[in-house]
Design a protein around this ligand. Structure first.
Ligand code: HEM
Length: 425
């Protein structure tokens, strides 16, 4: 049986107050071929262990190092400029995916795959007779595999119907790509490392030398780090291109607070930039990157509201029931967001209303997103640099004149990309 809810009290119960009454249900089996055992698929002690191991990666000290972002974002801006000069609309979303793959591989694996510079570099050069795997191959296979995982997730118990040769071969390509970093980490496991820098994959080699365990754990984090932030950057670009009032206001704020240099850009100064944070929140509200989520009851329990004639009484939840909660619907509910809930209006965030369990782009409770600060820092930094460099963003006319279409796989993204031209300042 399924229960669908968008009530903040119920979501709070599932994710926090009654956390122990729920598991990820069938997710483990549905995602197993691609993700194996990792933070996204495990529950119980396996999940706790994965989370504890990952936490130091996201300490404030690690997340606030912006130097490594600098080079990758500079490369992105150069490509934006060159492509815009041709006068042809190009897909910025695809390039944001390259950016986040480059920054995530550097942050988590200690070496960037630099796909913005060279998408066809062989990332599998020491794998003997197996075929070369480039970042471009990885991206294609990964995108396909995620679509299949989303179908497996929606199919419930019938997840096994969605597999096939292309999926199996895609999984192989994805694993070969991550194996490059695993082999590198194992090769250098006994060497002395740079003090003060925590690299996830290197820490894993201190716990185990089992390549499959290291690969699965690493792959789970790569899944978290690439698509989510790339989608957020794409939605922000889309909304700014469509709403020149907000674009111009944000650009003014950026130039006033940061000028045109990068020296003033720090973790703290980005956090202090209120209007920038409001724009990001508003985009995450209208287009949460994980729009739909599920939990499964591991024992008989209750949801606090939804029962009785006026729906204010608790609801009995039998063990085995799947609870589906739609963050997308919650974020657009006029009860919490007012009659203009469907409108893009960043100013609503300065009206003093407190939002807790009615705003959940990063989930909540013990399984709240570990990468939230990293993602928000990367997003803010990139948006500021884009606005320092370009004074306008124009969408391709067909995209400008039609409604926003979402591509929903495990995460949501702008369907058909964000086709735009950027005008240099
Ligand atoms: C805009 C960007 C991001 C958004 C909107 C986002 C959102 C989320 C959401 C909704 C979840 C909960 C998934 C679930 O339990 O079903 C989650 C979990 C997680 N996220 Fe993020 N995320 C983002 C970026 C990142 C980044 C960049 C990383 C790491 C590099 C990351 C690491 C994680 C991890 C490790 C978890 C699993 C936490 C756990 O189960 O204990 N996220 N994220």
């Amino acid at each position: 049986m399924n229960i669908l809810t968008i009530h903040p009290e119920n979501i709070k119960a599932i994710l926090a107050t009654n956390f122990k009454d729920y598991s990820l249900g069938l997710r483990y089996k549905q995602f197993l071929p691609l993700l194996g055992d990792g933070i996204f698929t495990l529950s119980g002690s396996g999940w706790k262990h994965s989370r504890a191991m990952l936490r130091p990666q996201f300490s404030r000290e690690q997340v606030s190092q912006l130097e490594s972002l600098n080079d990758h974002v500079s490369t992105l801006l150069t490509i934006f400029k060159e492509k815009s000069q041709t006068g042809q609309y190009f897909d910025a979303q695809k390039l944001f995916h390259n950016l986040t793959l480059d920054t995530a591989t550097e942050f988590l694996f200690g070496e960037s795959c630099n796909s913005l510079n060279n998408e066809s570099r062989d990332m599998n050069p020491t794998a003997g007779s197996s075929a070369p795997v480039s970042a471009a191959d990885f991206a294609d296979s990964f995108n396909y595999c995620l679509t299949v995982l989303a179908l497996r997730s929606q199919a419930g118990y019938f997840y096994w119907l969605f597999s096939g040769r292309k999926f199996i071969s895609g999984v192989k390509t994805c694993k070969a790509f991550v194996d490059y970093f695993v082999r590198r980490a194992l090769r250098t496991a006994d060497e002395k490392k740079e003090e003060g820098r925590y690299i996830f994959i290197e820490e894993l080699t201190k716990e185990t030398r089992d390549a499959t365990i290291i690969r699965d754990q690493s792959f789970n984090i790569l899944l978290a780090g690439r698509d989510t932030t790339a989608s957020l950057l794409s939605y922000i670009t889309y909304y700014l291109a469509r709403d020149k009032r907000v674009l111009n206001k944000l650009r003014e704020v950026v130039l006033e607070e940061f000028g045109t240099e990068i020296d003033n850009l720090t973790f703290e100064s980005l956090k202090r930039c209120t209007y920038l944070n409001h724009v990001i929140n508003e985009v995450l509200r209208l287009n949460p990157i994980v729009p739909l989520n599920f939990r499964s009851a591991v024992r008989d329990t209750i949801l606090p509201v939804g029962g009785g004639p006026d729906e204010s009484q608790p609801v009995f939840v039998e063990k085995g029931t799947q609870i589906v909660y739609s963050v997308y619907a919650l974020h657009r509910n006029p009860k919490y967001w007012g009659e203009d809930a469907e409108e893009f209006r960043p100013e609503r965030w300065s009206e003093g209303k407190i939002h807790n369990w009615d705003f959940l782009p990063f989930n909540g409770g013990p399984r709240i997103c570990l990468g939230q600060q990293f993602a928000l820092t990367e997003t803010s930094y990139t948006v500021v640099r884009v606005l320092q460099t370009f004074k306008d963003i124009n969408l391709a006319p067909d995209q400008l004149n039609s409604k926003l279409l979402n591509n929903s796989s495990l995460t949501s993204s702008v369907a058909n990309g964000v086709r735009a031209i950027f005008t240099p300042a």
